[in-house]
Unconditional design. Structure first.
Length: 153
């Protein structure tokens, strides 16, 4: 089971995530339930070699939820080791640096990594499912602020 806020990271990894709003009013967002620990969160994952950040976030959202997106503004950069070190079931402890973007859906297909996702759907901001990945709540709040400021946390 993936554990958040582990200690003693042994590597750094670059990841992306997306707060995908169903409509411009920022009332509902796309969440997925992770298969490794049953926590809900925004879709995302690691950048692969040769990918741009926009390609990586679009790929990750489509893989995990089947939703095709148009990538929008950068919401924030999240790297605080107090909240961004993750312990994986295989024993790796990675200090993850995440760039979170806003996005909007432009189509839907089938998720291509169904083994990573138990469920997905749109949820009202004031009725998010639990348990929610702890740092994802911060990213959602930062995106919901709707201003042009990029957060660095």
């Amino acid at each position: 089971m993936t554990r958040y806020f582990a200690r003693d990271p042994e590597a750094v990894g670059l990841s992306v995530s997306a707060v995908v709003w169903r409509q411009q009013d920022r009332r509902e967002l796309l969440l997925m339930q992770r298969s490794d620990n049953a926590h809900w969160g925004i879709p995302g994952g690691f950048v692969e070699p040769g990918e741009s950040l926009a390609q990586a976030v679009a790929r990750e959202v489509a893989e995990e939820t089947g939703v095709r997106i148009a990538v929008g503004r950068l919401v924030g950069v999240y790297s605080d080791p107090a909240t961004m070190v993750v312990a994986y079931p295989d024993g790796r402890r990675i200090h993850v640096v995440n760039l979170c973007f806003e996005a909007c859906p432009i189509g839907v297909g089938a998720a291509t990594t169904p083994d990573e996702t138990l469920a997905s759907g749109y949820f009202a901001r004031d009725a998010l499912p639990e348990p929610l990945v702890p740092i994802h709540r911060v990213r959602i709040e930062d995106a919901a602020a709707g201003d042009a400021h990029v957060r660095v946390r």
